[in-house]
Design a protein around this ligand. Structure first.
Ligand code: UDX
Length: 445
């Protein structure tokens, strides 16, 4: 049984810690947020993620998970210490805020310095950071402790909503390191944790591993902006982006995933990481033209959607608009950089009265949209959101929206107009029922 510590219990840190604990490691979780730690000690997850809470409870009972607010002596008993604190976007510059990572490095270095005669620790950085950062972290820790460590950069590729599954069944596990020894140690830990026979490991230099993470997210964002541009073209020439994406995606070299046209990508990673990579390129004198276009297309996509709504409705002032979905994607309560939220914000700003429904994200959305509290009512069901509405918008790709009873919705709406921003509904049925149905990219044509 290995002892492992994880510093920073956000999405990545918590899921990593819980999956490691479930593989029978003793895991010490450290986060400065006392509320979060107390929730966790009581077996409650601070975030919604399928299977997560059950695994937390199970592993607390097995005594494999311990929660702390400080890097104390017990945290330092572990030979392997993961750092998974956030690197949020600095709003004014679009760069990654590395202050949490560097603060942890200083604290950890100072604490390790007090452990004279201990074995060589392996520090594993999981936070998404620009190339060069991992070695800076190593320098900070070593100078504070007045000793040496092994450092490995080990990026995380989990998706919200499928985080546990992604962690147990990863496509690949990437290590960036200066030597083989700490990588071998980590491979042993991972082999025990993942549920695949032969996990795919990639060993690279630290700079390459740091870039692998940004390049992966930027490439996925590129696929989305690409298909959204094809969708915009489909609308002009009378084609159906659903059919085009299928025909294109069946080419194995391209692949079907991440070709769902819509109102753009959001969330805590793609918007932040694309901008950070663009800045990184700029800092090194390179104009990353393609990435700039990906970001611009994404910003335009939601504006196009709102303009379409305003055009069809002949303005939205005083109109009641039902909005289905507030989370940045399905199966999460996360509203960070959610396009659905941006759309509600634009509509409320333009004087619309919004009736919004989301299966999970209402609480988080209310905080972000508090300035529009007089223009938005939150509804328990999609049917309540559609009641007396002049139009209904699908803004998040929740599976449950596919099963909505369109006939029931139709009767309760003031005007039968749908803007399906995620191409979710049965377009043919909607048209047959008499809806004025607007999709993205001629889906349903
Ligand atoms: C992403 C990466 O997929 C993951 O590997 C990384 O670790 C973190 O960032 P996540 O942000 O959880 O994961 O969600 P993801 O499923 O990738 O979706 C991101 C955004 O793209 C969502 O807003 C989603 O609605 C949008 N999207 C996704 C599309 O618009 N079309 C698609 O085809 C796929």
């Amino acid at each position: 049984m290995s002892k492992v510590s994880v510093i920073g219990i956000g999405y990545v840190g918590l899921v990593t810690a819980v999956c490691l604990a479930d593989a029978d490691n003793k895991v010490v979780c450290i986060d400065k947020d006392l509320n979060k730690i107390e929730m966790l000690r009581n077996g409650n997850s601070p975030i919604f993620e399928p299977e997560l809470e059950e695994l937390i409870t199970k592993n607390i009972e097995k005594k494999n998970l311990i929660f702390k607010t400080e890097i104390d002596d017990e945290s330092l008993l572990s030979d392997t210490i993961f750092i998974a604190v956030g690197t949020p976007m600095i709003e004014s510059t679009g760069r990654a805020d590395l202050s949490y990572v560097f603060n942890v490095a200083e604290e950890l270095g100072t604490r390790l310095g007090s452990l004279k005669g201990e074995s060589l620790k392996t520090i594993v950085l999981k936070s998404t950071v620009p190339p060069g950062t991992t070695l800076k972290v190593k320098k900070i820790i070593e100078s504070k402790m007045n000793g040496s460590i092994n450092i490995v950069f080990n990026p995380e590729f989990l998706r919200e909503g499928t985080a546990i599954k992604d962690t147990f069944y990863p496509d690949r596990i990437v290590f960036g390191a200066e030597s083989e020894e700490p990588v071998e140690k980590l491979k042993t830990i991972y082999k025990k944790m993942v549920k695949q026979e032969n996990p795919q490991f990639v060993s690279a230099s630290i700079n390459s591993a740091e870039l692998i993470k940004y390049a992966s997210n930027a490439f996925l964002a590129t696929k989305i902006s690409f298909i959204n541009e094809i969708a915009n073209l489909c609308e002009l020439i009378g084609a159906n982006v659903g059919d085009v994406a299928e025909g294109v995606g069946l080419d194995k070299r391209i692949g079907k995933s991440f070709l769902n046209a819509g109102i753009g990508y959001g969330g805590s990673c793609f918007p932040k990481d694309t901008r950070a990579l663009d800045h990184l390129a700029g800092d090194h004198g390179h104009v990353f033209q393609l990435l700039k276009a990906v970001i611009d297309v994404n910003n335009m996509q939601k504006k196009r959607f709102v303009n379409k709504i305003k055009k069809v409705l002949d303005g939205v002032e005083g109109k009641r608009i039902g909005v289905l979905g507030l989370a940045f994607k399905q199966d999460t309560d996360d509203v960070r950089e959610s396009i659905a939220i941006d759309i509600v914000d634009s509509l409320a700003e333009a004087g619309a009265k919004v009736s919004a429904h989301d299966p999970l994200a209402e609480k988080n959305a209310k905080v972000i949209l508090s300035k529009h509290k007089n223009s938005i009512v939150y509804c328990d069901t999609p049917y309540d959101a559609a009641k007396k509405a002049d139009a209904l918008i699908i803004a998040t790709e929740w599976d449950s929206f596919k099963k909505i009873d369109l006939e029931k919705i139709k009767k309760s709406m003031n005007k039968q107009i749908i803007f399906d921003g995620r191409n979710m509904l049965d377009a043919k049925e909607a048209v047959k029922l008499g809806f004025d149905y607007h999709s993205i990219g001629g889906y349903g044509n």
